[in-house]
Design a protein around this ligand. Structure first.
Ligand code: PLP
Length: 443
């Protein structure tokens, strides 16, 4: 018997090197999900787990949506793959046009990627090449923000502001600086919606620009709401200031909407929710309801047009992925947009937001809780860390919730909740009850 034909033990967890996971801890006591439908996951032993996190902030229309499944099945049987370089296929153009029709502000062009990380690195490259195309090749600097998460490519970790994601690797992009983060519990704890205090933190951008010479800066990149580092909502007036400063200095503003895109805040994009328009926007996750991996960068027509010169047979942007605009992803994406539209899911999120806010804030006073913040259908519940063991309390809460039948996400000692936009009020109640019970159980 050759090694390849040896029977494989399905319970052997050793071969897989898991992403962003404490591998040894997990494999000692695994948490497996094997089926999903609507608002629920199911474990291999058929235990129901309420999805408080839309998977990983991505399954906005809920799990196993029939029309999305069928669209993927049909496309797989019709054409599995088509090259996207110097060739095209109808669905990629159709999906781009569908997205274009819903883009806010001057955003107008759609470049497909396969993930949020790829979207971020693509947007950074577009920014550099755009300035070059306009004769401003000296604009090579990026300004990110502390506690920003922009995926795991070298561009993304460089502009990102999460120390462990950077320091394990040493090497990063040069010419990057960071704004301070906006998390200020001393002034803003238990804010409902946008915090009152902190708009002045955007003024730090002027100081950073002065240090580097603004004419050397290509772009500022921020998440409108920082998700992965614990639901940091922008203070009132903060994003407006960033926009004004970027305008003043000819610097592009990039919104990373990988989490906020596709309805999370009750509008299609956070840019609309805050009425602040970026020059470039990165998305992924909800673009296909996570049924097939995909991401995209949206750019203004002015940016696109800056590339469209020179001889017509020149490739204008030397960038792209084998799977940019993959047929299965486009089929899933079009079907996903249909579900969002037909079920009015973004408006639904907006309608549910006050109930969500009230239910989440009712957790105030529960053991360990030191702050609660929310916007749209997202909430961050910050716990007091155990002394000398940061992150362990929230992790124990995650394990406890999972065993009780609720999926939450934690980062450090912050619990993040972001359910699918199909969530019902009794399920919101249930999430709060289960979380509250876990907080009371966990030391
Ligand atoms: N940008 C933001 C704001 C994100 O939240 C994420 C993932 O959570 C990413 C980028 C990276 O996306 P991906 O994991 O698809 O590469």
């Amino acid at each position: 018997m050759s090694a390849a034909s040896l029977p494989v033990d399905p319970n052997n967890l050793e071969a897989l090197w898991m992403p962003f996971t404490a591998n040894r801890q997990f494999k000692r006591k695994p948490r497996l999900l094997s089926r999903a439908e609507g608002m629920y996951y199911y474990t291999p032993d058929n235990r129901q787990v309420l999805d408080g996190t839309a998977g990983l902030w991505c399954v906005n229309a809920g799990h196993g949506r029939k029309s999305i499944v069928e669209a993927i099945q049909k496309q797989a049987a019709t054409m599995d793959f088509a090259p996207g370089f110097q060739m095209g296929h109808p669905l990629s153009f159709e999906f781009a046009a569908r997205l274009q029709a819903m883009l806010p502000g001057d955003l107008n062009q759609v470049f497909f990627t396969n993930s949020g990380s790829e979207s971020v690195d693509t947007a950074l490259k577009i920014a550099l090449a755009y300035h070059r195309a306009r004769g401003e090749a000296q604009r090579v600097r990026f300004i990110g923000r502390e506690r920003g998460y922009h995926g795991v490519g070298f561009g993304g970790i460089s502009v990102g502001g999460i120390a462990p994601n950077r320091k394990q690797f040493g090497l990063q992009l040069p010419y990057v600086d960071h704004l301070p983060h906006t998390h200020d519990p001393a002034r803003n704890a238990y804010s409902k919606g946008q915090p009152e205090h902190g708009a002045e933190l955007a003024d730090r951008l002027e100081a950073i620009l002065a240090l580097h010479d603004p004419s050397t800066v290509a772009a500022v990149i921020v998440e409108p709401v920082a998700g992965s580092t614990g639901v940091l909502i922008p203070p009132k007036g903060y994003l407006e200031k960033l926009r004004a400063i970027c305008n003043k200095h000819g610097i592009l503003l990039i919104f990373d909407e990988v989490i906020t895109g596709f309805g999370r805040l009750g509008t299609a994009f956070a840019a609309e929710r805050f009425a602040v328009m970026p020059d470039l926007m990165t998305v992924a996750k909800g673009i296909t309801n996570a049924a097939v991996p995909m991401g995209a960068v949206f750019a203004t027509k002015a940016i696109y047009d800056a590339f469209m010169n020179g001889p017509e047979n020149t490739i204008e942007f030397f960038h792209g992925y084998t799977y940019s605009g993959h047929p299965l992803a486009c089929a899933a994406g079009i079907a996903t947009l249909d579900v969002y539209r037909d079920e009015g899911l973004f408006a639904r999120a907006a309608e549910l937001a006050p109930y969500w806010e009230a239910t989440m804030h009712a957790l105030k006073g529960t053991r360990h809780v030191v702050d609660i913040r929310n916007l749209g259908l997202v909430a961050g519940i910050e716990l007091e860390p155990r002394s000398g063991a940061p992150g362990t309390r929230a992790y124990d809460v995650l394990v406890d919730c999972f065993e009780a039948g609720l999926l939450i996400r934690t980062t450090g000692d912050i619990v993040a909740l972001s359910p699918p936009l199909i969530v019902e009020k009794p399920q919101i109640d249930r999430m709060a009850e289960m979380l509250s019970a876990a907080l009371r159980r966990v030391a």
